[in-house]
Design a protein around this ligand. Structure first.
Ligand SMILES: *Cc1c(COP(=O)(O)O)cnc(C)c1O
Length: 483
């Protein structure tokens, strides 16, 4: 592409993106395509002849858009938000223009040093101690996997060199999570050769928080049976209900048991920047590692997961490996490839740098506070409405709730399956309408709807709309049920 043609095409893409962002709420938030529909509109083989750029861009509109579930739609309340703030989106463009690969310091000095600096900005902003440093990885799944590998090496069993298979000297390594912990921890144990069966799911209390007494008991029991407890994951902001495990007493147990403490704050981490929420994080400063995903509640497009750790050497010991053709000799330079599985690395730090500079730490806190306020409003609306019931505490910006079927509001006993089925149908009804998208979870056998605030595009009226759409969908269902 000639420079002038590139300039023109880049302007067109910028115009397209600006228009898309302005008009995103004209699309149904949840894609209305059947499996295979998008594929059927794509050429089965790669084109042999060049095509005009304008045609390609046109097909974004024609082929791609109908198959998009719009995460940047203000009605997106499912899972946890992942939204593209303008500065972070533009940083992606700049990063792609620069291209490059931040594997070694010398292959991208700026990307390397900015990654170290922006991770430190985030660390300061969430008030973690200076002892932590970190890197940016693609996802929390990768960050937690990296933590598990470091912990495995910390056992001193030299698994890195000798492997695990066929070793009579190796006690079964056991990892501990709660019954609410994200599935990525179990996956990490699968990949690290620990084995799914060696991940103990410790029970939680009536507010879905890991029970430190049950953790201690499980670890002692395993130790007595000749197993080696080596890794514990506490979560602040669990995926179903956003419950916060009591990290301080968990850290006490980890200290007693000499186990690695990993804190998964993939979603809720940014809330540690708010003094009024910091008590939910008490003790996380004692962790060996922490993960926070700016691509969740910090307005950064996929992907950006910050993996923080205390012991630099522990992480390097588990994965650093330098073949001759990558050896470089700069004194005092960090080679980021030493801190994870991937060799090649994107310039993700640019997104955090743009984000923090554009909004400022204060501006980011202001947006989080607004989200917490609107979440509080939503909680109030459903608590004051006899047709709804909250199913879990809402410590952050996510609410778990259900609606009551008409028989129940009329005072009749209704079985759990009937209630579950009613809520399942209600969710599909509200999502079908197209202006909001919510997701679900199951809590102690109760089918539960979930509303997660946290997108840069959310406004109070969008949260209100979600409530109204729920009420309307319920009325439609109730009418359908009557007639
Ligand atoms: C979303 C989430 C994850 C997984 O995040 P990825 O970045 O998609 O791997 C892990 N833990 C928690 C608590 C999460 O909310």
């Amino acid at each position: 592409m000639e420079p002038e043609a590139f300039r023109q095409a880049a302007r067109e893409v910028a115009d397209w993106a600006a228009r898309y962002r302005e008009q995103v709420d004209e699309h149904p938030v949840l894609a209305r395509v059947e499996p295979g529909e998008v594929a059927s509109r794509l050429a089965a083989s790669p084109p042999e002849e060049p095509e005009p750029f304008a045609d390609i861009l046109d097909d974004v509109e024609r082929v791609v858009l109908p198959g998009i579930t719009h995460w940047n739609h203000p009605g997106f309340f499912a899972y946890f938000a992942s939204s593209s703030s303008a500065p972070a989106l533009l940083a992606e463009f700049v990063a792609a223009a620069l291209g490059g690969n931040a594997m070694l310091w010398r292959t991208s000095p700026a990307a390397t040093e900015m990654e170290e600096r922006t991770v430190d900005w985030l660390r300061q902003w969430v008030h973690l101690p200076e002892a932590f440093r970190g890197v940016i990885l693609d996802t929390a799944s990768t960050s937690s996997f990296t933590a598990l590998l470091a912990a495995r090496e910390e056992t001193g069993l030299d698994v890195r060199r000798r492997g695990m298979a066929g070793r009579a000297d190796l006690p079964p390594l056991t990892a501990y999570v709660s019954d609410q912990t994200h599935s990525s921890l179990e996956k990490a144990a699968i990949a690290a050769g620990i084995g799914q069966e060696r991940v103990r799911r410790v029970p939680t209390d009536d507010r879905f928080r890991l029970r430190p007494d049950a953790l201690r008991e499980a670890m002692e029991e395993d130790r007595d049976a000749g197993r080696l407890p080596f890794f514990v994951c506490a979560t602040v902001g669990t995926t179903s209900t956003t419950s916060a495990d009591p990290v301080a007493p968990v850290a006490d147990v980890c200290e007693e048991q000499d186990a690695w403490l990993h804190v998964d704050a993939a979603y809720a981490g940014p809330a540690a920047a708010l003094p009024e929420r910091r008590d939910l994080f008490a003790g996380w400063e004692r962790a060996d590692s922490v993960v926070i995903n700016p691509h969740k509640w910090l307005f950064t497009p996929m992907d950006c997961s910050v993996f923080l750790f205390r012991d630099d050497e522990a992480v390097r010991r588990s994965l650093a490996l330098t073949p001759e053709y990558l050896s470089s000799g700069e004194e005092g330079a960090t080679n980021l490839m030493d801190y994870g599985l991937p060799l090649g690395r994107r310039f993700r730090a640019l997104k955090l740098w743009f984000l923090f500079r554009f909004f400022g730490g204060d501006g980011l806190r202001e947006r989080l506070r607004a989200h917490l306020d609107w979440t509080g409003d939503f909680v109030r609306w459903i608590e004051e409405d006899p047709r709804f019931e909250r199913t879990a505490p809402a410590p952050f910006s996510t609410v778990c709730f259900r609606t009551k079927p008409p028989e129940e509001t009329a005072g009749d006993e209704v079985g759990r399956e009937t209630v579950n089925d009613w809520n399942r149908r209600l969710l599909s009804e509200v999502n079908r309408e197209g202006s909001v998208f919510l997701s679900h979870t199951v809590l102690d056998g109760t089918y539960t709807l979930r509303l997660a605030v946290g997108s840069i595009h959310h406004r109070r009226q969008d949260v209100r709309r979600a409530y109204e759409r729920l009420v309307e969908a319920r009325e439609r269902l109730a009418r359908g049920a009557d007639g």
